[in-house]
Design a protein around this ligand. Structure first.
Ligand code: SAM
Length: 222
């Protein structure tokens, strides 16, 4: 197994399952943010039933399962076997939902069908060099198809490749994965440089409460 897969397997064991229902009593839902019951939903993808949509770094699969529940052909890929095992167990038997263990860029380069939308929620788009990921995603999107991703906004002054630490036991060194942080305007420039149109990057404010970090949401068309 790669160091990346080992790191994300470790992370997987620290993360709880998605709740059985959300505040509205729904059993599936789409959440772009780090807060429950907050922010926009699947409408950002601008897809209909029958569309084919890819989740890059799907984790335990809750967002892809929601898309499948509304009739979308949902494909979730992730490098972590443990994340995928949890996804397959939780969403077993859901029609039109497929999970694959793969690295994001490799999967995009090998897919031969194409997608109506590609998205990532705190997922692979955050953890892969955009110089590799943005062209690979654009190549797989049908004309006009949407690339949408969310992640934590950057810490002021900390831009480009940053280290993320995944804790282990008290006597063990944490595992390190790389992530890519930019201000919204710099994401817009990067996407435009890679040939995307209708690019919009904004920070959605946190919901009322003690926590103040918003969510960076970036949208673009192929
Ligand atoms: C912070 S988790 C978010 C998971 C999920 N999207 C969610 O909202 O719960 C990041 C996920 O991205 C996956 N990931 C990281 N790098 C990846 C890569 N290069 N290719 C595919 N998946 C990757 C990790 O295994 C992990 O499941």
């Amino acid at each position: 197994m790669t160091d990346t897969a080992i790191a994300w397997d470790t992370y997987s064991q620290q993360r709880p399952e998605r709740r059985p229902t959300n505040a509205r009593g729904e059993t599936t839902w789409f959440n772009w943010t780090q807060y429950p019951d907050h922010g926009p939903g699947a409408e950002l993808l601008e897809v209909d039933a029958g569309s084919r949509v890819l989740d890059l770094g799907c984790g335990k699969g809750g967002n892809a399962a929601h898309l499948a529940a509304i009739g979308v052909q949902a494909v979730g890929i992730d490098v972590s076997p443990k994340q995928l095992a949890a996804a397959r167990e939780r969403w077993a038997g859901t029609p039109q939902l497929h999970f694959h263990q793969a690295d994001a860029v490799r999967f995009l380069q090998q897919d031969r069908v194409g997608f109506d939308a590609v998205y990532s929620v705190y997922g692979a788009v955050w953890f892969v060099d955009p110089a590799l990921l943005l062209p690979a995603a654009r190549e797989r999107l049908r004309p006009g198809g949407r690339l949408v991703f969310s992640q934590r906004p950057p810490v002021e002054g900390c831009y480009g490749c940053q280290a993320s630490y995944i804790p282990r036991g008290p006597d063990d060194e944490p595992l390190v994965v790389k992530r890519w942080d930019f201000e919204p305007a710099d994401w817009e420039t990067l996407l435009e440089e890679h040939g995307y149109a209708n690019v919009e990057a904004t920070v959605l404010p946190a919901p009322p409460g003690n926590r103040t970090t918003g969510t960076l949401i970036v949208r673009a068309s192929a």
